[in-house]
Write a protein that binds this ligand. Structure first.
Ligand code: ADP
Length: 187
């Protein structure tokens, strides 16, 4: 089974590219952001707790997202593979994913990192705020906090996968199809 991780700062285009990969390779898309938003919409206790953090631009606790990943793995034993989007976002999450996969005799296949600079993160998310109704996209100070959290907590994940020899970085600037072409050339 393939396990591809789409990595990158908020608004890098992970969700868009994941959808294209799903179409081409018949993979199951796991977006922790989408799963959390589903919980919020359903009004669950987990959703209520997550909303308070997400709306401030903070990360949800590792155990919460790790639990969601495990349920997804267990719910889809027959797929060709998974594409993880927005996970792992901390080194602790990356370590847990390695453990969950090795318990199944599997491993991360490759990490594809879609890179854009902070200025473009801000620009892209402000644009997305006009198209989608996400509270965490609507306010500049929340976006800036997400960028801060990305550098402090998520960026160290790069070193983790570099050490495993699984890290591939592509330029996230340009047209959607152009970026997809870069992903295909890495895979
Ligand atoms: P973006 O496009 O901004 O990267 P996501 O949809 O991936 O947005 O995530 C939205 C929010 O959900 C994040 O800002 C964070 O609060 C929470 N979240 C998503 N994935 C994780 C994760 N793996 N660990 C902790 N929090 C997460």
């Amino acid at each position: 089974m393939k396990h591809y991780i789409l990595f990158g700062p908020p608004g890098a285009g992970k969700g868009t590219q994941a959808a294209l990969m799903v179409e081409k390779y018949d993979l199951r898309h796991i977006s922790t952001g989408d799963l959390l938003r589903r919980e919020i919409k359903a009004g669950t206790e987990l959703g209520r707790q997550a909303a308070a953090l997400i709306e401030k631009g903070n990360l949800v606790p590792d155990e919460v997202v790790e639990g969601m990943i495990l349920s997804e793995l267990e719910a889809h034993p027959d797929v060709k593979g998974f594409i993880y989007d927005g996970f792992p976002r901390t080194v602790a999450q990356a370590e847990v994913l390695d453990k969950m996969l090795s318990a199944r005799g599997e491993a991360v296949t490759a990490v594809i990192s879609i890179m854009i600079d902070d200025r473009m993160v801000l620009e892209r998310i402000k644009h997305r705020a006009l198209l989608e109704n996400r509270k965490d996209d609507a306010d500049e100070s929340i976006i800036l906090n997400r960028i801060r959290n990305y550098h402090a907590k998520t960026e160290p994940v790069i070193g983790f996968y570099k050490a495993e020899g699984k890290y591939n970085e592509i330029n996230g600037e340009g047209a959607v199809e152009e970026i997809f072409g870069r992903i295909l050339s890495v895979l």
